[in-house]
Design a protein around this ligand. Structure first.
Ligand SMILES: Cc1ncc(C[n+]2csc(CCOP(=O)(O)OP(=O)(O)O)c2C)c(N)n1
Ligand SMILES: [Mg+2]
Length: 909
């Protein structure tokens, strides 16, 4: 134990008499009593605010005098709200208990039946069993429904593994049928069953938020709550009527994303946000903190971050004992027992609890002398006591300046008895034998006979029963059923390409990058009356990298409090770091996960708020798909829309930054995301065409997609758009030009993307001038989109073998071409290789497989063998293999073009 130096006299006399002592040791009880009596007097006479003030003043004074007071991160291991501050419960406890019991039964039956019929189908009983009270109190008294138009109310992140409980409730509410329950986890049946977890992708009129990749719900919830404020502060929608709830597991708090953004919530005073952490002390394998106390650990963290922390540890059964505990020994004992022991108490029975919990101190044994063992074993934990839970929720919604976290102590697998209550195996328990079912039925008083119990019938009380009426009446009062997602997307008028034709004219010789071209387009869109105010630029501290700093003063950076300081660069002209309450830019700091969460909030505003917000998330492409890929996956599941812009992309185009920055594979990563459409534009007009088409499809026509564009920082002259190429740009490929050799011996097709298209154009010149080889030059904006079209077409043809085959887009483009196709890319070879089968000849690919390094662009491109000379050599080599030219020509070219044939293989360099 650490030592505290009490310098009692120091404050008054300046002549300290130091007494070395340990915390908790009282060396002068009379003096202590005097101080405590003074405290009592002030509390009675002047109230708690005055007490707080005096204590703070004392602490400050002591610190100034050098007293090292330990930071009190924790409060005692008891409920934050004492029994005498508990509000009256407004509901019918008996009816609510009946409803909850029936929901418990149906949730359990759904999982056990599914696994009895199809072993290994999965599902979870014990998570909801532990959190049923936490949910039911909220369903009956707090969760606000989406209202008549479906775009208001609360936003609720349900813990993924508790989904059977939500289905069981929806069944009672009449929202889903028995057939749905029977087909739980069977989503390809005639009556499609229910998804394993909350997946808006699969149940778009039910689930709102995908939560089962643990740790994502909490960070998404924080940014959702902040985005609601952003909408309000920008005058777009008054969101004051909605609250964001996130129900989490205690094991889930080990995910870095869970806790990584909690300071933002406090800083932004998000009192519209409530976390409910179900502290059943267990995760999948065993205890969360067997040797410690997860509730205390989380309390310290959240308090430190500035949250309102409400602990709900003990049920009402403990109140009389706490009342009688005048010496504080019970509270002391509660505080010293660790979670592994508490878990043991939940399975070991009353005599064990008496011996090991109360038995530590004689006064405690005395306290429960007239309690039977059975009574001791039934003393509830706070999270299973509706009145305690209600008190906590009420305090949370009344919090005026802080987000609230409720730490509710429960028992995992509550009610499962021998089948798993409190046991380490309980998370995976999906089977129950007849005895266990009977016991469960009896414990929760479900009207199912002994003969029927093994069949596990679902139970719904008669329509006219008091339970059903109560259930419906509560939800009606609160604005309708939840969860409930409105699948109807509103439409938005978006600009047409014709109206933006000035963006297609090229740079008239000026050297520009695709990033600059994009920023120009973004500014134009923001000024556009139809869409401007809905645009949400999101940047993780990279605006200057992308040349966007001019936008700071134009449209402002969102800040809930405006700008409380005079920015250092205000005097430097028009451009300065302007923060404003109605600022439009979300400047998220160095935080790609938070930025992506903002993207998700903005990109789902169409279904959450009935407003088409248009996120443009602009970031270093290296730190996108590979770093926060799971959030992008969640964005796809949640049907988010918007634009992701991977800036300064390309393994060799971003040349000086070295291997941790140089992205040569985000287009490979992005292939895996079905809703993501990936593009690698070479010219400004390509980016314009893609973005305007994306706007039209997503917001004008309601398609669900995310557009991913890589943008580069290499400056070169941007050409004017050739006529008639718009469709090709969107589909992924078009013929940019043709280079005829004077006395053409051969013709090849050369493919290039992004800045590497210019290497391809130079290669075409060399091939024509030096080797008499003509070429078509194709700009490939998206290999991924081409491959998708190819697959769709092939699949249809395979399944309809007797009908005239459909032609892929590639087939129509390459009609009449054959022979050799050579592609060069700033990305790994696998990206262009996606279209190999769609090429009517041979596709030979050059790419940037290998780790990057700092160098000049030219040297890097030679290193990875994607530059003009390497393209020429590759073309000649493949022509020689096809017998079109002699190998000698290739060998001479290697020499003439100054390529070292013994250079190191870039793959492992
Ligand atoms: C990111 C991630 N990793 C692992 C899992 C697998 N998993 C599902 S539930 C679970 C344990 C959950 O424990 P806890 O968060 O305490 O929730 P409880 O069921 O106890 O309420 C694990 C490891 C997951 N769903 N997501
Ligand atoms: Mg847990």
């Amino acid at each position: 134990m650490s030592e505290v130096t009490v310098t009692g006299d120091e404050l008054s006399s300046g002549n300290p008499t130091e007494i070395k002592t340990t915390p908790g040791q009282d060396t002068d009880p009379a003096e202590t009593r005097e101080w405590l009596e003074s405290l009592e007097y002030v509390l009675q006479a002047k109230g708690s605010e005055r007490v707080k003030y005096l204590l703070a003043a004392l602490e400050e004074r002591a610190r100034l005098q050098g007293v090292d007071i330990p930071i009190a991160a924790n409060t005692p291991y008891i409920n934050s709200l004492p029994a005498d501050r508990q509000p009256a419960y407004p509901g019918n406890r008996e009816l609510e208990r009946r409803i909850k019991s029936i929901i418990r039964w149906n949730a359990m039956a759904m999982v056990v039946r599914a696994n009895k019929e199809f072993d290994g189908l999965g599902g979870h009983i014990s998570t909801f069993a532990s959190s049923a009270t936490l949910y039911e109190v909220a369903f009956n008294h707090f969760f606000r429904g989406r209202g008549p138009d479906g775009y208001d109310g609360d936003q609720i992140y349900f813990q993924g593994h508790a989904s059977p409980g939500m289905y069981a409730r929806a069944f009672l509410e009449g929202r889903i049928s028995e057939r749905h329950l029977e087909n739980f986890r069977r989503e390809l049946q005639d009556t499609p069953g229910l998804s394993s977890y909350p997946h808006p992708w699969l149940m778009p009129d039910f689930w709102e938020f995908p939560t089962v990749s643990m740790g994502l719900a909490p960070i998404m919830a924080i940014y959702q709550a902040r985005f609601n404020r952003y909408l309000r502060d920008r005058g777009i929608k008054n969101t004051d009527g909605s609250r964001v709830w996130a129900f989490l597991g205690d094991g889930e708090t080990d995910e870095p994303e869970t806790l990584g953004a909690i300071t933002l919530a406090a800083r932004e005073k998000l009192n519209n946000l409530t976390f409910v952490i179900n502290c059943n002390l267990q995760r999948l394998d065993g205890p969360v903190r067997g040797n410690g106390k997860i509730i205390q650990e989380l309390e310290a963290l959240f308090r430190g971050a500035g949250w309102n922390v409400i602990k709900v540890i003990w049920g009402a059964d403990w109140d009389p004992l706490l009342e009688k505990d005048k010496t504080g020994v019970l509270v002391k004992r509660m505080g010293e027992v660790i979670d592994g022991e508490y878990q043991k108490y939940s399975v070991a029975g009353g005599d064990y609890i008496r011996q090991h919990f109360f038995g530590k101190y004689p006064e405690l044994l005395e306290l429960v002398a007239n309690y039977s063992d059975e009574r001791l074993s039934k003393m509830r934990r706070g999270g299973h006591d509706p009145e305690k839970v209600f008190a906590a929720y009420k305090a949370a919604v009344e919090s005026t300046t802080q987000p609230t976290v409720i730490l509710a102590k429960t028992i995992k697998g509550y009610g499962l008895g021998e089948a798993g209550e409190g046991k380490n195996i309980t998370h995976q328990q999906k089977k129950m034998n007849e005895d266990e079912l009977r016991e469960f039925r009896t414990r929760f008083n479900i009207p199912i006979s002994d003969e029927d119990v093994a069949k596990m019938p679902f139970y719904r009380p008669p329509e006219a029963s008091a339970e059903m009426r109560y259930l419906r009446e509560r939800r009606e009062k609160l604005g309708g059923f939840v969860p409930n997602r409105n699948p109807v997307a509103p439409k938005l008028e978006v600009p047409s390409l014709d109206e933006y034709s000035d963006m297609l004219k090229g740079s008239r010789g000026k050297e520009r990058s695709t990033t600059m071209e994009f920023v120009g387009l973004l500014r134009k869109l923001i000024k556009d009356k139809r869409v401007g105010k809905y645009v949400v630029p999101i940047v993780p501290d990279e605006s200057r990298t992308f040349g966007m700093e001019g936008m700071f003063s134009e449209i402002g950076i969102y800040s809930a409090v405006g700008q409380l300081y005079d920015p250092v660069d205000r005097g430097t002209g028009l451009m300065y770091y302007k923060e404003a309450k109605n600022g439009q830019i979300l400047e998220e700091g160095i935080n790609e996960a938070g930025s992506m969460s903002s993207f998700i909030a903005a990109g789902t505003a169409y279904c959450q708020h009935g407003i088409n917000m248009i996120p443009f998330f602009i970031y270093y492409s290296m730190f996108g798909f590979q770093r926060i890929g799971d959030l992008v996956w969640a964005a796809a599941d949640v049907r988010a829309k918007g634009f992701m812009l991977g800036g300064t992309a390309g393994r060799t185009t971003l040349n000086g930054e070295g291997l941790q920055h140089q992205d040569g594979h985000s287009h490979l990563n992005s292939i895996a995301f079905p809703t993501v459409r990936s593009y690698d534009p070479a010219w400004g007009y390509e980016a314009t065409v893609i973005i305007l088409d994306g706007l039209r499809r997503m917001y004008g026509e309601g398609e669900t997609a995310i557009y991913y564009l890589t943008l580069a920082n290499e400056n070169y002259a941007m050409p004017e758009m050739p006529p008639g190429v718009e469709d090709g740009i969107i589909k992924g490929l078009y013929k940019f030009s043709t280079r005829e050799a004077a006395q053409s011996k051969e013709k090849v097709n050369l493919l290039g993307s992004g800045p590497i298209l210019r290497c391809v154009l130079s290669a075409a010149d060399i091939l024509a001038e030096k080797y008499g080889i003509s070429s078509n030059i194709w700009s490939v904006t998206s290999y991924t989109q081409l491959r998708r079209d190819l697959h769709t077409c092939e699949r249809w043809n395979m399944l309809h073998p007797t009908l005239p085959p459909r032609r892929s887009y590639l087939e129509t483009c390459f009609e009449g071409e054959n022979g050799l196709f050579v592609a060069s890319s700033d990305y790994v070879r696998a990206v262009p290789e996606q279209i190999s089968r769609g090429v009517p000849g041979e596709l030979f690919v050059l790419g940037t497989d290998g780790m990057g390094r700092s160098e000049t662009r030219e040297t890097l491109r030679r290193h990875f063998e994607i530059d003009a000379e390497s393209i020429v050599i590759a073309t000649l080599y493949r022509l020689s293999r096809r017998g079109k030219i002699a190998p000698r020509v290739v060998a001479d070219a290697i020499k003439d073009l100054n390529v070292n044939p013994e250079k190191i293989d870039p793959l492992f360099a």
